[in-house]
Design a protein around this ligand. Structure first.
Ligand code: PLP
Length: 362
């Protein structure tokens, strides 16, 4: 039986390593969620998140994982008779389309092979040929270790299709990769805290543009749990519509303070440095799965060119070092493996795990 009291060191692409001082935040005495202590905690956390996301618009905390906001973005901001363009380049961007359809919306797909990026040109061509209310994108496709060129795509969208709403899944990108919400002109962005925020799971952070909030007022049947207007109403009082995951919010407050002390540019540079180190290791021994220009700075997906038994290697590291990394996701199992370098994972951690993998593949 798994010994959950002696958990493995995590190099899977989320959840990732949590610092002891962050864990301590989760153990603080709880607060009443309508009391003044909570509203102070909430208000300060949201203010810091606005700085982290470079936005003066709306930021909300959802006691759910980020998947809930996939659904929320569709249900709040797209009418039943409007069409969505879903850009698809891996398991999670594919899932966004599934969620849009599950909520009864019509979807057109812009699909590339797993490991390829979505480019501004591709999105431009698709949007030119149809009428869409919204486009969905994944910033960092965790199943393939690929970062889409979202800044280029967003520049094109602002210039040529300013009326189209832009929904971005930044689950494994937020904090680890540059994200200037207002400048990018995005309408909804979201992430779970167990990725680069490096907090145990149970909470999602999301931002919504003012115009998307206006649109939500015109959309019927938004549901309740992810109703953006409910979030805004409670947010105005520095609260959430329902009882939130207060321990995670205490941890988030702590992490946001630290991120702002470090400075976001430095946080992003730290992720790039870790990524470059892992990419070099991968190129020396295997190959990168994604084209190098699109390789992610929060995780590396290594192409298993040597045909190693990935599952056995993971098992060996777990047995010898109580450490785990990620096998390929879904259909990529054994063809690739994934190593996270986000949040509080550091260069020493990476030297250790890569050394241990080296020991196994000699
Ligand atoms: C890019 C991306 N989107 C969405 C999700 C779903 O996130 P959650 O399970 O936290 O809802 C994940 C999870 O790994 C992800 O990597």
């Amino acid at each position: 039986m798994t010994d959950w009291k002696n958990p493995p060191r995590l190099f899977i692409p989320g959840p990732v390593k949590v610092l002891p001082e962050v864990l301590q935040q989760l153990a603080r005495p709880t607060l009443g969620h309508r009391g003044k202590e909570y509203t102070q905690l909430h208000g300060e956390t949201v203010s810091m998140l606005k700085k982290i996301l470079y936005t003066g618009q709306n930021v909300f905390l959802s006691t759910s994982s980020a998947s809930g906001v996939w659904e929320g973005s569709i249900r709040n901001c797209v009418q039943m008779d409007e069409k969505i363009l879903c850009t698809m380049c891996g398991a999670f961007s594919d899932k966004y389309a599934t969620v849009a359809r599950a909520n009864g919306r019509e979807v057109d797909e812009l699909k590339v092979d797993w490991g390829q990026a979505i480019t501004a040109d591709m999105v431009d061509k698709k949007l030119a040929a149809g009428k869409y209310a919204a486009v969905t994108m994944v910033y960092n496709e965790t199943s393939t270790g690929l970062t889409n060129p979202v800044y280029e795509i967003s520049d094109m969208l602002k210039e040529k299709y300013p009326e189209v709403l832009v929904f971005v899944d930044a689950v494994s990108g937020m904090v680890g990769l540059p994200l200037h919400f207002d400048k990018l002109g995005w309408d909804v962005v979201f992430a779970s805290v167990q990725k680069a925020f490096a907090i145990p799971p149970g909470l999602a952070v999301f931002a919504v543009s003012d115009r998307a909030m206006e649109k939500a007022k015109t959309v019927e049947n938004r549901g309740y749990y992810f109703d953006f207007l409910e979030f805004a109403k409670s947010g105005a009082k520095d609260q959430t519509p329902t009882t939130p995951a207060i321990p995670q919010i205490m941890a988030l407050h702590y992490v946001c303070t630290k991120l702002l002390e470090e400075g976001m540019e430095n946080v992003w540079a730290r992720h790039t440095k870790m990524a470059e180190y892992v990419r070099q290791w991968a190129k020396d021994r295997f190959d990168l799965f994604a084209p190098e220009e699109y390789c992610s700075d929060t995780l590396t997906t290594v192409k298993n060119t040597r045909g190693i038994n990935v599952a056995e290697t993971i098992k060996a590291l777990q047995e010898k070092h109580n450490t785990v990394f990620g096998n390929g996701y879904g259909k990529l199992k054994e063809q690739v493996f994934r190593i996270a370098h986000m949040g509080n994972i550091d260069m020493n951690d990476l030297e250790e795990i890569l050394g241990w993998i080296d020991d196994e593949i000699k």
